[in-house]
Design a protein around this ligand. Structure first.
Ligand code: AHR
Length: 548
């Protein structure tokens, strides 16, 4: 670690990023962290809320990687495809989910992508050797097909630029191609390609993981920050309505973590709107000691990362005396640790190889519920987030030639999409019992001695219709836990839905032959009243929706 980085990190930690365990939990709404007995209590008052929810935090991600696009989204010739080659069963699943925003086309892929190869008459598009995943890319699905697909599934595009091998010129040209109506070189090319109306893409990523030595065109923070600034300035002339996201650190263990973010923002703060965070998690010896109780606490590691990057943003804001507060885009997050490395990531120069096809089990789904709780809780700062990814590649949905399978992690994601609306309430949690986690033997960024509440609870309320939703993770692996919801305002009237995801085997997963092995079950809700005690099964994630 160099001196500059050491000095910066020690300043950041002194100024409050490195919160002590009790203070950290207090920032999440937990009033008491010491071991107590009896039910935990969540005091609910609509006057206290954390954010007006930007539903873009419930986004997802599609990369030209493995079978995400080809044989996933797009499979001309399949009995399930429409006349444009889009899989109709996938369209039905994704529109059913109601994903608000989808990031595309990568990921590592984007850093070697020439978007011009993927537009215009399909017969003239080249097949190229894609170098991020060593795969064949026929370019039959490109920017315009993605926009068409977004319309079919009723989602918003979030498009990434090639900041690796690509020039600023071609990044700005892509915005002109997509967003300018007519009368210029690139807008007229789009029209010549059959799209008279501009696509109106608002959200853009200024590259992908440019801090990573694995990234094509990897560069220093200063060089990247200057390129991002220059590109953003030009883009704002082409289309001032765009929202631009700078590349932040691509994980918490990279040696440049937080220093990269600071230096990038020192170069481009005034020209960008948000900064990206990425993180993947796993139940491994080095990350959790293969301990499921530690694993289910990992959403609090995500929460720390959000606090740390927020602190860097605020530090640069103060340094530059800027009136602008940056927001965060957690545009890659998920569990990913089994289908990783070696042949899982090497397409061996083939078309649509089976890459990163992670099989998700019950404990992964519970943790994904925890991540969604964290994103909701931090939604005053995190405005965009993408479950990475959506289909076939580290994904809740998997296709074969005949159908789509819902993996275990589909369910918490679907619940957040269905039930989280309006405002995220600022619950006060009292008497929350905790269990200890230990630092010994774990990788530095996950090595913490801490006290973790067994229950992780978030609530939303839609001011339009008064409906309140509660999302409750019980991390206790062996015992049922009670949560008493103390309704101060509004008064509950009727339980509209109450479902839980649980089971005897944390390692259970779904297959095409047994697709509902891990699936939600209806749960009995307590009688309506000012105080309602929910009995949460061991190792469970539960959602309840209540009319008020
Ligand atoms: O989502 C898979 C890969 O993980 C992405 O391509 C990259 O951005 C990240 O490292």
């Amino acid at each position: 670690m160099n001196r500059d980085r050491r000095r910066f990190l020690s300043q950041i930690f002194k100024t409050g990023t490195g919160l002590a365990a009790g203070r950290f939990l207090a920032s999440l709404g937990y009033a008491q962290t010491s071991a107590t007995t009896g039910p935990a209590r969540a005091i609910l008052n609509q006057a206290r809320y954390r954010s007006d929810l930007d539903r873009r935090i419930l986004g997802s991600f599609l990369e030209h990687l493995g079978r995400a696009i080809y044989t996933g989204v797009y499979e001309p010739g399949s009995k399930l495809a429409d006349e444009n080659g889009f899989r109709k069963d996938v369209i039905a699943e994704v529109s059913g989910l109601g994903v608000p925003i989808v990031r595309y086309p990568g990921g590592n892929f984007v850093s070697g992508y020439n978007w011009l190869d993927g537009v215009g008459p399909k017969a003239q598009r080249p097949t190229v050797l894609e170098r991020a995943w060593d795969s064949l890319e026929p370019n039959q699905f490109g920017t315009n097909e993605f926009i068409e697909w977004c319309k079919l599934v009723n989602t918003e595009p979030l498009i990434g630029f090639n900041f690796g091998t690509g020039s600023t010129e071609m990044a700005v040209a892509l915005v002109e191609y997509c967003n300018v109506e007519k009368g210029t070189k690139w807008s007229d090319l789009r029209r010549a390609h059959g799209y008279a109306q501009p696509h109106g893409v608002k959200y853009w990523c200024l590259g992908n993981e440019m801090d990573g030595p694995w990234q094509m065109g990897h560069m220093t923070s200063r060089a990247y920050g200057q390129k991002a600034r220059d590109c953003a300035r030009q883009i704002r002339i082409v289309d001032p309505a765009t929202k631009l996201i700078a590349c932040g650190s691509s994980n918490t263990f990279i040696d440049t973590y937080l220093v990269w973010d600071r230096e990038v923002l020192e170069e481009c703060y005034d020209q960008v709107d948000g900064i990206s965070l990425h993180s993947y998690y796993g139940n491994t010896s080095i990350l959790t000691g293969n301990d499921s109780a530690r694993y289910l606490a990992m959403n609090l590691d995500m929460e720390r990362q959000i606090h740390e990057v927020s602190a860097v943003c605020d530090y640069v804001q103060g340094l530059l005396k800027s009136p602008k507060r940056l927001w965060l885009s957690f545009d890659e997050w998920n569990v990913w640790y089994r289908a990783r490395g070696g042949l899982f990531q090497d397409g061996q120069k083939t078309f649509a190889p089976h890459l990163l096809e992670e099989v998700y089990n019950l404990e992964d789904a519970l943790l994904v519920g925890g991540f969604l709780n964290t994103l909701l809780r931090q939604s005053d700062r995190v405005r965009v987030a993408c479950l990475a990814q959506l289909l076939n590649v580290i994904a809740p949905l998997v296709t074969n030639a005949d159908k789509v399978l819902r993996q275990s992690i589909y369910y918490p994601f679907a619940w957040a999409l269905k039930y989280a609306h309006g405002r995220v309430l600022d619950l006060q949690i009292e008497s929350a019992e905790t269990y200890p986690i230990k630092a010994a033997g774990l990788r530095a960024d996950f090595a913490r001695n801490d006290d973790i509440p067994f229950l992780d609870v978030v609530a939303t309320m839609d001011p339009q219709n008064g409906q309140v939703s509660l999302f409750m993770l019980n991390r206790d692996l062996t015992a049922e836990r009670e949560l008493m919801v103390d309704w101060r305002d509004p008064a509950p009237v009727k339980v509209l839905a109450c479902e839980t995801l649980t089971g005897p085997d944390l390692k259970a997963f779904n297959t095409f032959d047994d697709p509902l092995h891990v699936a939600p079950a209806k749960m009995d809700a307590p009688a309506i009243g000012a105080k309602m005690t929910f009995k949460l099964p061991p190792r469970s994630y539960t959602v309840v929706q209540i009319a008020t």
